[in-house]
Design a protein around this ligand. Structure first.
Ligand code: PEP
Ligand code: MN
Length: 337
């Protein structure tokens, strides 16, 4: 940590800040510059909680050098996290595609889409049974009935199931049916839910909140790892800007950034990240190009009739074409899809 003093801060202010640092059990090194004094702080293993130092007389700024997270960081684990979920590898050379409808609407719709995504080569099926909807009057999902349909999908097609848990009351139930438990963007900072997810023996797909910085996103993953669950898959799903129709822009730059600072696998969701089906295939290809470990794609056989997120759903035919493209591109990049 570096404490930058104001240009007019006197010796007394510098001494008081140095004393405070010493009181905290750390070492202060006052470095005079041509304009101002900078105090370098050493002796800390993790980021220092120092809001009070920021408010001391003569202090202009506090610059952190240490990351606020630890278990998710590359400093803690240099090599990529690679793990197996029911025979499918997540991370490393593997590129994992998760696809299916936004919502489980009924048995026929779900089985039909599952058949098509399985035939196209996906190994993981997505579908929400508990849906976080902006309006309380919109379709909220089938609940446990939806989970039972997802279990039928696993049985019939051998697909793994990823589905969302929305709250601490139902996460246990969701985990009984799911192979991977999704925590949605809106719940990224629901710390009691994250803690519960951290105590499950199931991998967690953690989606980035649409408002969240990368540090906040990684701190949320830290909650899960801190409880003992190290199988976390991050998901970049678009952040709020004013530049897009649905207000979200897929932040592809977050992928190399996160790969640099964290060992966790990260996949991209170009469906929610764009909100428009014609943008899904190009951004799916871009996600692989920037080094993502997989995709989350919404597929619907009749997007116009979908009970949620129809405008961003691609058809089974388009998904099949996309999977071919992904396999060809993955081979070029020495990844397996
Ligand atoms: C979803 O995956 O269907 C979903 C609701 O996503 P998000 O939490 O990213 O909005
Ligand atoms: Mn959706």
């Amino acid at each position: 940590m570096l404490i930058v003093m104001e240009a007019r801060a006197g010796d007394e202010a510098v001494r008081r800040v140095c004393d405070e640092i010493t009181q905290m059990g750390l070492t202060a090194h006052a470095i005079p510059g041509s304009q101002r004094m900078v105090i370098a702080v050493t002796g800390n293993k993790y980021r220092v909680d120092c809001d009070h130092v920021r408010t001391m007389p003569g202090v202009s700024d506090v610059v952190h050098v240490t990351h606020p997270y630890k278990l998710v960081s590359r400093e803690e684990q240099a090599e990529d996290s690679v793990f197996d979920v029911g025979g499918v590898t997540i991370g490393g050379q593997s590129f994992a595609v998760m696809a299916g409808p936004c919502s489980v609407e009924n048995r026929d719709q779900t089985m039909r889409i599952a058949k098509s995504v399985s035939e196209a080569g996906a190994r993981i099926f997505r579908g929400g049974a508990f849906k976080p909807r902006t309006s309380p009057y919109s379709f909220q999902g089938l609940g446990e009935e939806g989970l039972k349909i997802l279990a039928e999908v696993r049985e019939a097609f051998g697909l793994l199931i990823v589905t969302e848990a929305m709250d601490t009351e139902t996460i246990g139930l969701v985990a009984e049916y799911a192979d991977i438990v999704q925590i949605g963007a809106r719940n990224m900072q629901n710390y009691s839910l994250l803690r519960k997810a951290g105590r499950l023996n199931k991998p967690i797909l953690l989606k980035r909140g649409m408002w969240a910085t990368i540090d906040e996103f990684l701190m949320s993953a830290e909650y899960v790892l801190a409880e003992g669950n190290r199988r976390v898959i991050l998901c970049e799903r678009g952040i709020r800007t004013s530049a897009n129709d649905n207000g979200h822009v897929l932040d592809l730059g977050s992928v190399p950034h996160i790969k640099r600072v964290s060992h966790l696998p990260i996949i991209c969701d170009p469906s929610h990240g764009t909100g428009q089906k014609y943008k899904v295939p190009p951004l799916a290809r871009a996600a692989l190009a920037v080094g993502a470990d997989g995709l989350l794609i919404e597929v619907h056989h009749a997007p116009m009739e979908a009970l949620s997120d129809g405008p961003q759903a691609i058809t089974p035919t388009d998904f099949d074409t996309l999977m071919n493209d992904m396999r060809n591109m993955a081979a070029l990049l020495h990844r397996t899809c």
